[in-house]
Write a protein that binds this ligand. Sequence first.
Ligand SMILES: [Zn+2]
Length: 115
Amino acid sequence: MLARMRLRGWQRNHKSLLGHPDVVFEQERVVIFIDGCFWHGCPTCRRKLPKTNREYWERKLGRNVNLARSYNRSLRRNGWTVIRIWEHEMRTLKLREKIRTRILKALGRITSDSG
Ligand SMILES: [Zn+2]
């Protein structure tokens, strides 16, 4: 995924960080989470919940969303820039280019008016 985006300096699955971000740019203190559209209740994809155990699934997904928010808050308090990407955004080239720009901006490798 990110390997194809011609970005340098990242590490995968940094276990010591809160929430286990998918990608970490340690030097620039930028973390990236790729959120599964189902597991994080993506408003674009609106994946249907399984018909059985509806309540269980609603609670579970709700918990994922809350956890993600609390991770964002703690990481930001500790000086990290947090980027969250939806799984579906990785699927098309156009969206991937957008993500790449977002990441480069966060890394300070491009300024907002050049992107
Ligand atoms: Zn989605």
